[in-house]
Design a protein around this ligand. Structure first.
Ligand SMILES: Cc1cc2nc3c(=O)[nH]c(=O)nc-3n(C[C@H](O)[C@H](O)[C@H](O)COP(=O)(O)OP(=O)(O)OC[C@H]3O[C@@H](n4cnc5c(N)ncnc54)[C@H](O)[C@@H]3O)c2cc1C
Length: 396
């Protein structure tokens, strides 16, 4: 229950607080402010009240005084078909860096059924400790049992930072856990580091359509939570000599709380394009002119043993389905070779591919922004250059 106090003797009914509430929980009744059940004590209204009629008793203020109780960096280990999902070691690499800066441990949360055998890999990728919860109800993934298991670990061991992969399951879990813990969550971070104060997590992510990079701090709540897309962070080196501590916990949850049952998995055929793990991607954009011209991109990809990507403009035009889209609202990729054919290099496209090892851009406009990030640039007509390149590679 919310603890916001409204002193009706002080309140003048000026209404300044009403629009300040992000939840629309404040209104005026009989000339004084009243808060509905939607109030979550966020305190946004307190500072705007000109007569100091609003307050939250000291014992209920957000956990500021307890921030120091939280310690360690945690990474959620995502498991799919018995294997650790690629984003997990990527996050362990970044988590290691953060933990070393803070001088704390890097821990992993491993949830599932018969998954203990995976723990050694987590140590090899840098974890000092694995919190293991095994239970039949944790396989396959469902929100409620995962959230309950995760939240009870957080309440018991109090991590300072939690990193979760921005995958379908990770996004679902992160939102549920953050809501339950009443803490902040920054989605799709592209950069994470410890701020200059030496303790807060500085979370960077694109905002306003990718036009600015927002830097976000979670100042008053713990843990600080962030999701990161696959391939955004670098894969760390594996050190098979490392090991660590294993902490076993159990899932305490009545079956009646679990409202969903997984009946069947049906693979989405469109999602069979594995852009994220591809070493070579050949992408086409609006510069191809029409959908049929995607054939030149497909041919080149085939000769190179790569997969076909695209810009959003090509997807929006209906030339190629969405699973091929690279960029801020598509996939983030980090191949060894990325060939951009007739793609201008808008910031939202670059957000998804700029960390590729080698970028080759083919564009008829020498001023196209894609050339700024390209390792090699070919100024020319994509419909002439790409078939010639394909032909040459075939001969090689
Ligand atoms: C919120 C938001 C999210 C977005 N997310 C994404 C995203 O995830 N991915 C993404 O790609 N975009 C995204 N966009 C769209 C992005 O801003 C660009 O509009 C888009 O990337 C442009 O695609 P394009 O480069 O194919 O087309 P254009 O910008 O139209 O560029 C076409 C290029 O082809 C060149 N060209 C034309 N003809 C030829 C030819 N014959 N030979 C060689 N070159 C030729 C032109 O010189 C030009 O540089 C997003 C936008 C917003 C607002």
């Amino acid at each position: 229950m919310a603890q916001l106090r409204i002193d009706i003797d002080l309140c003048t009914g000026c209404g300044v607080c009403v629009p300040s509430c992000p939840l629309g929980a404040l209104s005026l009744n009989d000339g004084v402010a009243v808060a509905s059940e939607a109030c979550n004590d966020c305190a946004a209204c307190i500072s705007v009240c000109p007569v100091e009629a609003l307050s939250i008793p000291i014992e209920h203020r957000l956990q500021e005084s307890k921030l120091t109780d939280y310690r360690d960096v945690w990474v959620f280990c995502e498991v799919e078909e018995g294997k650790i999902v690629h984003v997990t070691p990527e996050l362990l690499g970044k988590g290691r860096e953060l933990a070393d800066t803070l001088g704390c441990r890097l821990c992993t949360v491993l949830l599932g059924h018969e998954v203990e055998n995976l723990a050694s890999q987590l140590f090899h990728y840098g974890a000092d400790c694995v919190y293991l919860v095994e239970d039949e109800r944790l396989s396959p993934y469902r929100t409620v049992p995962y959230m309950e298991a995760f939240v009870s670990l957080v309440k018991k061991y109090k991590p300072e930072i939690i990193l979760i992969g921005a995958t379908i399951c990770g996004r679902d879990l992160a939102g549920a856990v953050a809501t339950r813990l009443e803490t902040g969550l920054t989605a799709d971070c592209t950069e994470l580091r410890i701020a200059d104060d030496g303790k807060s997590l500085l979370q960077t992510r694109p905002a306003f359509g990718g036009n600015i990079m927002a830097q976000i701090l979670c100042e008053k709540h713990r843990p600080q939570m962030a999701t990161v897309r696959p391939k955004v962070m670098e894969m760390p080196e594996l050190d098979a000599s490392r090991s660590g501590e294993m902490v076993r916990e159990s899932l305490v949850l009545g079956d009646a709380r679990i409202l969903t049952e997984v009946l069947e998995y049906i693979k989405d055929e469109l999602e069979s394009v594995n852009l994220v793990d591809a070493d070579i991607i050949v992408s086409g954009g609006r510069g191809l002119g029409k959908p049929e011209n995607f054939s030149v991109v497909r041919e080149l990809a085939k000769v190179l043993g790569g997969v076909v990507g695209s810009s959003r403009a090509a997807v929006d035009a209906g030339w190629i389905p969405y699973p091929h889209q690279v960029g801020q609202t598509g996939k983030t990729v980090r191949p060894k070779l990325y060939i951009a054919c007739g793609i201008s290099g808008a910031i939202q496209h670059l957000a998804g591919m700029r960390t590729s090892d080698v970028i080759i851009a083919i564009n008829k406009d020498p001023e196209a922004p894609i050339f700024k990030v390209a390792t090699y640039g070919i100024v020319g007509d994509v419909l002439q250059v790409v078939p010639k390149l394909t032909e040459r590679l075939k001969r090689l």
